[in-house]
Design a protein around this ligand. Structure first.
Ligand code: BGC
Length: 375
Protein backbone atom coordinates (compact mmCIF):
# COMPACT_ATOMS: atom_id res chain seq x y z
CA UNK A 1 0.00 0.00 0.00
CA UNK A 2 2.68 2.41 1.17
CA UNK A 3 4.86 1.45 -1.80
CA UNK A 4 1.99 2.08 -4.24
CA UNK A 5 1.42 5.52 -2.72
CA UNK A 6 5.10 6.34 -3.05
CA UNK A 7 5.07 5.23 -6.68
CA UNK A 8 2.05 7.43 -7.40
CA UNK A 9 3.67 10.37 -5.59
CA UNK A 10 6.88 9.88 -7.56
CA UNK A 11 4.95 9.72 -10.83
CA UNK A 12 3.10 12.90 -9.88
CA UNK A 13 6.35 14.68 -8.99
CA UNK A 14 7.89 13.58 -12.24
CA UNK A 15 4.91 14.78 -14.27
CA UNK A 16 4.91 18.11 -12.44
CA UNK A 17 8.59 18.69 -12.98
CA UNK A 18 8.32 17.63 -16.59
CA UNK A 19 5.43 20.02 -17.00
CA UNK A 20 7.42 22.81 -15.39
CA UNK A 21 10.35 22.09 -17.67
CA UNK A 22 8.48 22.19 -20.95
CA UNK A 23 9.55 24.82 -23.42
CA UNK A 24 6.90 27.40 -24.22
CA UNK A 25 5.80 29.28 -27.31
CA UNK A 26 3.91 32.56 -27.12
CA UNK A 27 2.48 34.56 -29.99
CA UNK A 28 2.14 38.32 -29.95
CA UNK A 29 2.21 41.56 -31.93
CA UNK A 30 5.55 42.95 -33.15
CA UNK A 31 4.41 46.35 -34.31
CA UNK A 32 3.63 47.35 -37.86
CA UNK A 33 5.41 48.38 -41.03
CA UNK A 34 5.11 51.99 -42.17
CA UNK A 35 2.38 50.95 -44.66
CA UNK A 36 0.33 49.61 -41.75
CA UNK A 37 1.01 45.90 -42.32
CA UNK A 38 0.93 44.18 -38.94
CA UNK A 39 3.90 42.07 -37.96
CA UNK A 40 3.65 39.28 -35.41
CA UNK A 41 6.31 37.42 -33.47
CA UNK A 42 6.48 34.08 -31.70
CA UNK A 43 8.80 33.70 -28.72
CA UNK A 44 10.14 30.25 -27.89
CA UNK A 45 11.52 29.92 -24.36
CA UNK A 46 13.35 26.98 -22.83
CA UNK A 47 13.37 26.35 -19.09
CA UNK A 48 17.18 26.39 -19.35
CA UNK A 49 17.20 30.10 -20.15
CA UNK A 50 17.37 30.43 -23.94
CA UNK A 51 14.68 32.37 -25.74
CA UNK A 52 14.24 32.95 -29.48
CA UNK A 53 11.91 35.52 -31.01
CA UNK A 54 10.88 34.92 -34.62
CA UNK A 55 8.93 37.57 -36.52
CA UNK A 56 6.69 37.09 -39.54
CA UNK A 57 8.61 39.60 -41.67
CA UNK A 58 11.18 37.37 -43.35
CA UNK A 59 10.59 34.52 -40.84
CA UNK A 60 13.40 36.36 -39.10
CA UNK A 61 15.18 35.35 -35.90
CA UNK A 62 14.79 38.79 -34.36
CA UNK A 63 16.36 38.08 -31.01
CA UNK A 64 18.12 35.17 -29.34
CA UNK A 65 18.68 35.44 -25.61
CA UNK A 66 21.38 33.12 -24.24
CA UNK A 67 22.82 33.01 -20.69
CA UNK A 68 26.58 33.52 -20.25
CA UNK A 69 28.75 31.52 -17.83
CA UNK A 70 27.48 33.65 -14.90
CA UNK A 71 23.87 33.16 -15.95
CA UNK A 72 23.43 36.69 -17.35
CA UNK A 73 21.07 36.65 -20.29
CA UNK A 74 21.87 38.72 -23.37
CA UNK A 75 20.88 38.93 -27.00
CA UNK A 76 23.45 37.23 -29.24
CA UNK A 77 22.14 38.19 -32.69
CA UNK A 78 22.32 41.52 -34.52
CA UNK A 79 19.14 43.14 -35.80
CA UNK A 80 16.72 45.98 -35.21
CA UNK A 81 14.22 46.92 -32.55
CA UNK A 82 11.42 47.56 -35.04
CA UNK A 83 10.20 45.56 -38.03
CA UNK A 84 10.27 48.53 -40.42
CA UNK A 85 14.03 48.96 -39.85
CA UNK A 86 14.57 45.52 -41.40
CA UNK A 87 13.16 46.97 -44.67
CA UNK A 88 14.61 50.47 -44.39
CA UNK A 89 18.17 49.33 -43.67
CA UNK A 90 18.14 45.76 -44.95
CA UNK A 91 21.11 43.45 -44.47
CA UNK A 92 19.45 40.06 -43.93
CA UNK A 93 19.83 40.28 -40.15
CA UNK A 94 18.46 36.96 -38.83
CA UNK A 95 16.41 36.51 -41.98
CA UNK A 96 15.22 33.45 -43.83
CA UNK A 97 16.92 33.98 -47.16
CA UNK A 98 15.63 32.73 -50.52
CA UNK A 99 14.92 31.75 -53.12
CA UNK A 100 18.64 31.52 -53.63
CA UNK A 101 20.79 32.44 -50.66
CA UNK A 102 24.25 33.64 -51.70
CA UNK A 103 25.28 34.60 -55.23
CA UNK A 104 24.34 33.58 -58.76
CA UNK A 105 26.88 34.84 -61.32
CA UNK A 106 25.51 37.70 -63.41
CA UNK A 107 22.04 36.68 -62.22
CA UNK A 108 21.84 34.10 -65.01
CA UNK A 109 21.18 30.37 -65.10
CA UNK A 110 19.39 27.84 -67.30
CA UNK A 111 17.18 24.88 -66.61
CA UNK A 112 16.77 22.25 -69.35
CA UNK A 113 18.02 24.76 -71.92
CA UNK A 114 15.69 27.58 -70.85
CA UNK A 115 17.49 30.74 -69.70
CA UNK A 116 16.45 32.78 -66.67
CA UNK A 117 17.66 36.24 -65.62
CA UNK A 118 17.54 37.66 -62.11
CA UNK A 119 18.13 41.21 -60.93
CA UNK A 120 21.80 42.05 -60.40
CA UNK A 121 21.67 43.48 -56.87
CA UNK A 122 25.29 42.88 -55.84
CA UNK A 123 27.62 44.34 -58.45
CA UNK A 124 27.19 42.15 -61.52
CA UNK A 125 25.63 39.28 -59.53
CA UNK A 126 22.37 38.27 -57.93
CA UNK A 127 22.51 38.03 -54.13
CA UNK A 128 20.13 36.43 -51.62
CA UNK A 129 17.07 36.07 -53.85
CA UNK A 130 17.07 39.48 -55.54
CA UNK A 131 15.47 42.81 -54.75
CA UNK A 132 12.55 41.45 -52.78
CA UNK A 133 13.74 38.10 -51.53
CA UNK A 134 12.09 35.96 -48.85
CA UNK A 135 13.68 38.14 -46.14
CA UNK A 136 11.45 41.05 -47.17
CA UNK A 137 8.18 39.09 -47.50
CA UNK A 138 5.48 38.58 -44.93
CA UNK A 139 5.29 34.96 -43.81
CA UNK A 140 2.17 33.37 -42.30
CA UNK A 141 2.10 31.65 -38.94
CA UNK A 142 0.77 28.11 -39.55
CA UNK A 143 1.09 26.74 -36.03
CA UNK A 144 2.48 27.49 -32.60
CA UNK A 145 2.94 24.86 -29.88
CA UNK A 146 4.58 24.37 -26.47
CA UNK A 147 5.94 21.10 -25.07
CA UNK A 148 9.22 19.17 -25.13
CA UNK A 149 9.89 21.30 -28.20
CA UNK A 150 8.37 24.78 -28.35
CA UNK A 151 7.69 25.30 -32.00
CA UNK A 152 6.49 27.71 -34.65
CA UNK A 153 5.83 26.88 -38.28
CA UNK A 154 5.81 29.81 -40.73
CA UNK A 155 5.03 29.58 -44.42
CA UNK A 156 5.34 31.63 -47.58
CA UNK A 157 4.07 30.99 -51.09
CA UNK A 158 6.32 32.48 -53.78
CA UNK A 159 4.53 33.06 -57.08
CA UNK A 160 5.71 31.53 -60.34
CA UNK A 161 8.21 34.02 -61.81
CA UNK A 162 8.76 35.95 -58.58
CA UNK A 163 12.17 37.68 -58.77
CA UNK A 164 12.72 35.82 -62.06
CA UNK A 165 12.65 32.27 -60.65
CA UNK A 166 10.43 29.64 -62.29
CA UNK A 167 7.67 27.69 -60.50
CA UNK A 168 5.29 28.48 -57.69
CA UNK A 169 7.19 27.57 -54.55
CA UNK A 170 5.64 26.69 -51.19
CA UNK A 171 8.09 27.16 -48.34
CA UNK A 172 7.96 26.51 -44.61
CA UNK A 173 10.38 27.54 -41.89
CA UNK A 174 10.00 25.57 -38.64
CA UNK A 175 11.84 26.85 -35.61
CA UNK A 176 11.82 24.66 -32.48
CA UNK A 177 13.58 24.99 -29.15
CA UNK A 178 14.05 22.32 -26.47
CA UNK A 179 15.26 22.34 -22.89
CA UNK A 180 18.74 21.25 -23.97
CA UNK A 181 19.00 24.73 -25.53
CA UNK A 182 18.97 23.36 -29.05
CA UNK A 183 17.33 25.67 -31.55
CA UNK A 184 16.40 23.67 -34.62
CA UNK A 185 15.50 25.29 -37.89
CA UNK A 186 14.09 23.35 -40.78
CA UNK A 187 13.38 24.81 -44.21
CA UNK A 188 11.12 22.79 -46.53
CA UNK A 189 9.94 23.59 -50.04
CA UNK A 190 8.05 22.19 -53.00
CA UNK A 191 7.70 23.63 -56.50
CA UNK A 192 5.24 23.50 -59.40
CA UNK A 193 8.00 23.65 -62.07
CA UNK A 194 11.69 22.65 -62.15
CA UNK A 195 13.59 25.41 -60.39
CA UNK A 196 16.66 26.18 -58.28
CA UNK A 197 16.78 27.14 -54.62
CA UNK A 198 18.97 27.61 -51.58
CA UNK A 199 17.18 28.48 -48.35
CA UNK A 200 19.12 29.42 -45.27
CA UNK A 201 19.13 31.56 -42.18
CA UNK A 202 21.31 34.65 -42.12
CA UNK A 203 21.77 35.33 -38.41
CA UNK A 204 24.69 37.55 -37.44
CA UNK A 205 26.00 36.04 -34.20
CA UNK A 206 27.86 38.02 -31.60
CA UNK A 207 28.20 35.81 -28.53
CA UNK A 208 29.42 38.71 -26.35
CA UNK A 209 25.74 39.60 -25.94
CA UNK A 210 24.29 42.93 -27.02
CA UNK A 211 27.26 43.33 -29.33
CA UNK A 212 29.56 44.67 -26.61
CA UNK A 213 32.73 43.40 -28.33
CA UNK A 214 33.61 42.47 -31.90
CA UNK A 215 34.07 38.81 -32.81
CA UNK A 216 37.81 38.88 -33.51
CA UNK A 217 38.51 37.10 -30.21
CA UNK A 218 35.92 34.37 -30.82
CA UNK A 219 37.31 30.89 -31.33
CA UNK A 220 35.95 29.20 -34.43
CA UNK A 221 36.10 25.56 -35.49
CA UNK A 222 34.89 24.54 -38.94
CA UNK A 223 34.53 20.86 -39.76
CA UNK A 224 35.60 21.42 -43.34
CA UNK A 225 38.75 20.13 -45.02
CA UNK A 226 38.04 22.16 -48.16
CA UNK A 227 36.48 25.42 -49.25
CA UNK A 228 35.44 26.92 -52.58
CA UNK A 229 37.74 29.83 -53.58
CA UNK A 230 36.10 32.79 -55.31
CA UNK A 231 36.86 35.46 -57.91
CA UNK A 232 36.92 39.18 -57.12
CA UNK A 233 33.09 39.32 -57.27
CA UNK A 234 32.84 36.42 -54.77
CA UNK A 235 31.69 33.85 -57.33
CA UNK A 236 33.30 30.38 -56.89
CA UNK A 237 35.95 29.56 -59.46
CA UNK A 238 34.91 25.90 -59.35
CA UNK A 239 37.98 24.77 -57.43
CA UNK A 240 37.65 22.85 -54.17
CA UNK A 241 40.77 23.81 -52.27
CA UNK A 242 42.23 22.05 -49.22
CA UNK A 243 42.33 24.37 -46.18
CA UNK A 244 45.34 22.62 -44.61
CA UNK A 245 48.24 25.02 -44.17
CA UNK A 246 46.17 28.09 -45.17
CA UNK A 247 44.41 30.85 -43.23
CA UNK A 248 41.19 28.94 -43.98
CA UNK A 249 42.16 26.03 -41.75
CA UNK A 250 39.73 26.00 -38.81
CA UNK A 251 39.92 22.23 -38.27
CA UNK A 252 41.14 23.06 -34.78
CA UNK A 253 39.84 26.18 -32.97
CA UNK A 254 41.39 29.48 -34.10
CA UNK A 255 40.74 33.08 -33.11
CA UNK A 256 38.82 34.75 -35.93
CA UNK A 257 41.14 37.76 -35.88
CA UNK A 258 44.46 35.89 -35.92
CA UNK A 259 44.74 35.47 -39.69
CA UNK A 260 41.97 37.71 -41.03
CA UNK A 261 44.44 40.44 -42.10
CA UNK A 262 46.74 38.04 -43.94
CA UNK A 263 46.45 39.73 -47.32
CA UNK A 264 49.16 37.48 -48.72
CA UNK A 265 46.19 35.21 -49.28
CA UNK A 266 44.33 36.59 -52.27
CA UNK A 267 41.09 34.99 -51.01
CA UNK A 268 41.23 37.15 -47.87
CA UNK A 269 41.63 40.22 -50.12
CA UNK A 270 38.66 39.26 -52.27
CA UNK A 271 36.44 38.69 -49.23
CA UNK A 272 37.86 41.58 -47.16
CA UNK A 273 38.19 38.82 -44.59
CA UNK A 274 36.28 35.58 -44.45
CA UNK A 275 33.32 35.42 -46.82
CA UNK A 276 33.64 31.91 -48.18
CA UNK A 277 31.76 28.66 -48.59
CA UNK A 278 33.33 25.79 -46.65
CA UNK A 279 32.56 22.23 -47.73
CA UNK A 280 31.25 20.51 -44.61
CA UNK A 281 32.95 17.17 -43.95
CA UNK A 282 30.79 14.05 -44.13
CA UNK A 283 27.72 13.16 -46.12
CA UNK A 284 25.38 15.98 -47.11
CA UNK A 285 21.80 15.10 -46.21
CA UNK A 286 22.77 13.72 -42.81
CA UNK A 287 22.88 16.01 -39.79
CA UNK A 288 26.55 16.37 -38.83
CA UNK A 289 28.72 18.87 -36.93
CA UNK A 290 29.72 21.85 -39.07
CA UNK A 291 30.91 24.67 -36.81
CA UNK A 292 31.64 25.73 -33.25
CA UNK A 293 31.89 29.34 -32.12
CA UNK A 294 33.18 30.07 -28.64
CA UNK A 295 33.48 33.40 -26.88
CA UNK A 296 36.14 33.02 -24.15
CA UNK A 297 34.97 36.12 -22.25
CA UNK A 298 31.26 35.35 -21.82
CA UNK A 299 31.88 31.61 -21.95
CA UNK A 300 29.08 31.18 -24.49
CA UNK A 301 29.45 28.42 -27.06
CA UNK A 302 27.36 27.75 -30.14
CA UNK A 303 27.65 24.37 -31.87
CA UNK A 304 26.06 24.02 -35.27
CA UNK A 305 25.02 20.83 -37.02
CA UNK A 306 23.73 20.91 -40.57
CA UNK A 307 22.43 18.69 -43.35
CA UNK A 308 23.65 21.05 -46.09
CA UNK A 309 26.74 20.34 -48.21
CA UNK A 310 28.30 23.74 -47.48
CA UNK A 311 28.40 26.60 -44.98
CA UNK A 312 29.19 30.23 -45.77
CA UNK A 313 31.49 31.70 -43.13
CA UNK A 314 31.14 35.50 -43.23
CA UNK A 315 32.70 37.85 -40.68
CA UNK A 316 30.53 40.92 -41.25
CA UNK A 317 33.14 42.46 -43.55
CA UNK A 318 30.68 44.80 -45.25
CA UNK A 319 29.22 46.25 -42.05
CA UNK A 320 30.50 49.82 -42.27
CA UNK A 321 29.07 51.62 -39.26
CA UNK A 322 26.22 53.21 -41.19
CA UNK A 323 23.54 50.85 -39.88
CA UNK A 324 22.39 51.39 -36.33
CA UNK A 325 20.89 48.28 -34.79
CA UNK A 326 19.22 47.28 -31.55
CA UNK A 327 19.86 49.77 -28.78
CA UNK A 328 21.12 52.25 -31.39
CA UNK A 329 24.50 50.55 -31.74
CA UNK A 330 26.50 51.11 -34.93
CA UNK A 331 27.33 47.84 -36.64
CA UNK A 332 30.93 47.82 -37.82
CA UNK A 333 33.21 45.47 -39.70
CA UNK A 334 33.91 42.32 -37.69
CA UNK A 335 30.96 42.76 -35.34
CA UNK A 336 29.42 39.39 -36.13
CA UNK A 337 29.87 35.92 -37.52
CA UNK A 338 27.40 34.55 -40.04
CA UNK A 339 27.33 30.83 -40.69
CA UNK A 340 24.91 30.11 -43.50
CA UNK A 341 24.39 26.43 -44.31
CA UNK A 342 23.28 25.65 -47.85
CA UNK A 343 24.39 24.48 -51.25
CA UNK A 344 27.46 26.17 -52.69
CA UNK A 345 27.22 29.71 -54.15
CA UNK A 346 26.39 29.84 -57.86
CA UNK A 347 25.52 26.11 -57.94
CA UNK A 348 23.08 26.55 -60.86
CA UNK A 349 26.14 27.37 -63.02
CA UNK A 350 28.39 24.57 -61.72
CA UNK A 351 27.26 21.13 -62.89
CA UNK A 352 29.71 19.40 -60.52
CA UNK A 353 28.54 21.22 -57.37
CA UNK A 354 25.82 19.57 -55.22
CA UNK A 355 22.58 20.32 -57.00
CA UNK A 356 20.36 23.30 -56.21
CA UNK A 357 17.64 21.99 -58.53
CA UNK A 358 14.18 21.09 -57.24
CA UNK A 359 11.61 19.32 -59.42
CA UNK A 360 7.85 19.07 -58.95
CA UNK A 361 7.07 16.11 -56.67
CA UNK A 362 10.35 16.46 -54.76
CA UNK A 363 10.66 17.89 -51.24
CA UNK A 364 13.53 20.16 -50.33
CA UNK A 365 14.75 20.04 -46.72
CA UNK A 366 17.54 22.02 -45.08
CA UNK A 367 18.01 21.39 -41.35
CA UNK A 368 20.17 23.48 -39.03
CA UNK A 369 20.66 22.87 -35.30
CA UNK A 370 22.25 25.54 -33.09
CA UNK A 371 23.13 24.32 -29.59
CA UNK A 372 24.00 26.83 -26.89
CA UNK A 373 25.93 26.36 -23.68
CA UNK A 374 28.18 28.42 -21.39
CA UNK A 375 31.12 27.65 -19.13
C1 BGC B 1 27.51 37.30 -48.15
C2 BGC B 1 28.20 38.61 -47.98
C3 BGC B 1 27.16 39.68 -47.90
C4 BGC B 1 26.26 39.38 -46.73
C5 BGC B 1 25.17 40.38 -46.52
C6 BGC B 1 26.63 37.08 -46.96
O1 BGC B 1 25.95 35.87 -47.11
O2 BGC B 1 28.41 36.23 -48.30
O3 BGC B 1 29.09 38.85 -49.08
O4 BGC B 1 27.73 40.95 -47.77
O5 BGC B 1 25.70 38.12 -46.90
O6 BGC B 1 24.49 40.65 -47.64
Amino acid sequence: MKRAFLAIAAAHLCATSLGAQAATATRGAFGALSDGTKVEAVTLTSSAGVSAKIMTLGATLQSLIVPDKAGHKDDVVLGYDTAQDYLTRPDYFGASVGRYANRIAKGKFSIDGKAFTLAANDGPNSLHGGKLGFDKRMWKIDSVSSGADAKVVMSYVSADGEEGFPGEMKVTATYSLNDQNELKLEYRATTSKPTVLNLTNHSYFNLSGNDTRDVMGNMVTLHAARFTPVDATLIPTGERRAVAGTVFDFATPHRVGDRIRDAKDQQIKFGRGYDHNFIVDGAAGSLRPAAVVQDPVSGRTMEMSVTAPGIQFYTGNFLDGTYFGKGNRAYRQGDAICLEPGVFPDSPNHADFPTSRLNPGQSYVNTIVYKFSAK
